[in-house]
Design a protein around this ligand. Structure first.
Ligand SMILES: [Zn+2]
Length: 344
């Protein structure tokens, strides 16, 4: 049995832990029922117990290379402390890494959850074999991670890749970060709901208003379903979504000129509703994209990712900017967390 590391996903509703070998083989995955809401100490207890169980089980045949933990929030890489996290109240300014290292006697790395998701997709997902890439995660907000030469690009102190807070409209809606008109106010699940509420309030979207009152779980997914059924008001929301996502990507491509941009997160499943407008905007606004766009940019959908990645091999002189959907779903963060521990 080869050497392995352990990855932890602390970001989701459930705590998930996986043992992964150096060549990316999943040995075992544990999903713990413990909810983040029960509090820091209980989560750390159960997490450490599970890590210990896994490492004891597989240590007989291979070396434990370390533990990587994907955490939602801003991390101080030097101290291993959480500087800011909206999803983990009570964890801020607590020496998370030191506490877990003390209990496990293993090397532990804390990493931002969007960064580990990017590394996971680069290692084993849509961008396998592609050294330079970024992931844009479309969820409640927008997350981002940049991978250069197979390693997470942290910036000065771990705060790089905050794509969601790039200004797209100077006088736009106020964002949780304090700025106005951030990208995540226009291309996230919450922005879809905002646009739907505005359309309903205007009185000009009766179909959305009907859905909002009759569907107890009315949300971004319901609006997507209406859009693919041809509802014009719902389609307009996704056209706007695609347009702003295209503007965001245009900026990223002009600045970074990466081989591949992988679009992940829950809202990426609405790809067919927003991607045509996203690509249209890119072609019109982005000089670098216009020069490097593949002939059929929509042709890199699920099942065709391998082709997308193979276009970017060093032997291919005609390298194109590929924008495609993520492949690993919520497992990207788990694999990426295991990978950072191997790279350390
Ligand atoms: Zn913001």
């Amino acid at each position: 049995m080869p050497d392995f590391s352990i990855g932890v996903d602390l970001g989701g509703t459930n705590l998930r832990i996986a043992a992964v070998t150096k060549d990316g083989q999943l040995l075992e995955k544990i999903t713990l029922g413990v909810k983040i809401i029960v509090g820091r100490d209980q989560v750390i207890n159960e997490m450490c117990d599970a890590i210990q169980r896994l490492s004891t089980k597989y240590k007989a045949s291979g070396r434990l290379l370390g533990v990587g933990i994907g955490v939602p929030g801003i991390i101080d890489m030097a101290t291993g402390m959480l500087r800011k996290s909206a999803n983990l109240p009570g964890w801020e300014e607590f020496p998370v890494r030191a506490e877990i290292e003390r209990r496990l006697s293993a090397h532990v790395i804390l990493e931002n959850d969007a960064n580990v998701a990017a590394l996971g997709e680069q290692w084993l997902g849509a961008a396998r074999g592609v050294p330079n890439m970024a992931v844009v995660t479309l969820g409640t907000g927008i997350g981002g991670g940049i991978v250069l030469l197979g390693k997470i690009w942290h910036g000065m102190n771990g705060m790089a890749g905050e794509f969601g807070h790039v200004t797209l409209e100077p006088e736009g809606p106020v964002c949780g970060c304090g700025n106005r008109g951030c990208a995540e106010q226009f291309a996230s699940a919450s922005s879809i709901m905002r646009m739907a509420r505005e359309a309903i309030a205007s009185g000009e979207a009766p179909s959305l208003a009907r859905a909002a009152t009759s569907d107890p779980e009315f949300g971004a997914k319901s609006i997507y379903n209406l859009a693919i059924q041809g509802d014009e008001h719902a389609r307009r929301i996704f056209r706007s979504f695609g347009r702003y996502l295209g503007i965001l990507l245009a900026g990223l491509i002009n600045i970074l000129n990466l081989d591949m941009f992988v679009i992940g997160g829950g809202v990426s499943s609405a790809w067919d509703a927003f991607a045509p407008n996203m690509f249209e905007e890119l072609r019109e606004r982005c000089m670098v994209y216009a020069a490097t766009a593949p002939a059929d940019p929509l042709g890199f959908g699920p099942g065709q990712e391998r082709e997308g990645a193979s276009m970017q091999t060093p032997s291919n002189t005609e390298r194109k900017t590929i924008i495609t959907r993520a492949l690993l779903g919520s497992d990207a963060g788990l694999y990426g967390a295991a990978r950072v521990a191997q790279q350390a």
